[in-house]
Design a protein around this ligand. Structure first.
Ligand SMILES: [Zn+2]
Length: 67
């Protein structure tokens, strides 16, 4: 995955995805979401498939411990 970072006034930084992990290269003004929505599934990024709820999805992230 390739990112560029631009820094604007007052230190605001904007990160832009320039290439997808699949090798697709984005043009400068191309909407990134279109490629991700049309060409990929959640499994491509380590997520559960759409409509599938994994076991333990409601388990506390940190064993129920509080700070
Ligand atoms: Zn891709």
């Amino acid at each position: 995955m390739s990112l560029t970072t631009d820094t604007y006034a007052r230190g605001r930084r904007v990160h832009t995805l320039t290439a997808c992990p699949c090798g697709f290269i984005f043009s400068a003004s191309e909407p990134r979401w279109k490629h991700l929505l049309d060409e990929h599934k959640p499994e491509d990024f380590g997520l559960s498939p759409l409509g599938e709820i994994p076991d333990g999805h409601d388990r506390p992230l940190y064993r129920g411990e509080t700070a």
